[in-house]
Design a protein around this ligand. Sequence first.
Ligand SMILES: [Zn+2]
Length: 104
Amino acid sequence: MNDFTEAFPESLELTDNDTVLQIGWDDGHLSRHQINVLRAECPCASCRGHHPSQSLNLQPEQFTDIKLTDLAPVGRYAYNLVFSDAHSTGIYTLKFLRELPNSA
Ligand SMILES: [Zn+2]
């Protein structure tokens, strides 16, 4: 696997009653990520820990009512996702968003 993805998002939208973040990539691929899955997969240090033993091991089932409240580009390589539980430290790289399996 490469450390980067060459594809770039052309569109990002909330679908399915705001429960799914849909990303259309410029190479034609379509990603559909449930918001609660994105929250459980949050890559930030407080969720993941600095070592696997420190991971909170979050599960999507813990976030069934979660919403995405903000999404801001970080340079050209990532997005900062803010959730309705006020968690805002997750920086989701394009590579991560592209390689995360579709959940919706
Ligand atoms: Zn986090």
